[in-house]
Design a protein around this ligand. Structure first.
Ligand SMILES: [Zn+2]
Length: 233
């Protein structure tokens, strides 16, 4: 652990869930098909003088967009004061020639893309060309694969660095079994290289996250969990 760095409290907030099947989540499908529901999260890191939201949902000073898929970037109009942090290649991709193909465009909302362009004209977007330190204790790591500008986020906490994988891995099982849902084999090695242990990696859509980590208080059971403490079991 780096003692000179701030220790963030880190929360996963589940904003939606949906039913899905195992064959939806692995490249090439799954021979033992069955239910495999998906949770949708935003994440918040809080230190005494700095709040960072990872993918959008709440008022904050800084927002990291891990990538531009619609389930990770909605609601910027509700964030009048935030600065947004995005890999530049993601902006190029979502405003470029590939978006004329419905198959490639289907996970992006044109209004989200236009929204980022507007924010950029308003000097509220910081675009990165590679790994970066957003501020002491928060670092950004582009890995591509899922989208060209896909980045994961590392947050320094009292249990050391916690890696928010976002859509680099939807489920623990994708990574543990080496069976990604998009071509992300190399990205799993990069996630592991940035985490002190596998228990410090948080997948982007796995309902197990809600079961493995404690709610900060009982009224938030099933909605919010703390990720800056070790998982149960
Ligand atoms: Zn995605």
């Amino acid at each position: 652990m780096d003692t000179h760095l701030p220790e963030y409290e880190l929360y996963a907030i589940r904003y939606a869930e949906r039913d899905a099947r195992r064959s939806d989540h692995f490249i090439g499908g799954d021979p033992h098909d069955g239910p495999m529901p998906m949770d949708y999260f935003v994440w918040v890191a809080i230190a005494p003088h700095h709040t960072v939201v990872i993918d959008t949902g709440f008022t904050a000073e800084d927002v990291v967009l891990t990538h531009m898929h619609y389930d990770h970037v909605g609601n910027f109009h509700r964030l009048p004061n935030a600065r947004f942090h995005l890999q530049e290649v993601e902006l190029h991709y979502t405003t470029g020639r590939h978006m004329r193909h419905p198959f490639l465009a289907r996970s992006f909302e044109v209004e989200d893309v236009i929204g980022i362009v507007r924010l950029n004209f308003a000097q509220r977007v910081k675009l990165y060309d590679g790994p970066a330190e957003l501020s002491p204790g928060i670092t950004l790591h582009p890995v591509g694969g899922h989208t060209p500008g896909m980045q994961f986020v590392r947050v320094h906490t009292s249990r050391g660095w916690v890696v928010l994988a976002s859509d680099v891995t939807h489920y623990y099982e994708n990574m543990e079994a080496g069976r990604p849902f998009t071509a992300a084999f190399e990205a799993y090695d990069t996630l592991r290289a940035h985490a002190p242990s596998p228990h410090h990696i948080i997948p982007g859509h796995d309902p197990l996250v809600m079961r493995q980590y404690p709610a900060p208080r009982s009224q938030l059971e099933g909605v919010v969990v703390r990720l800056d403490v070790m998982p149960r079991g």
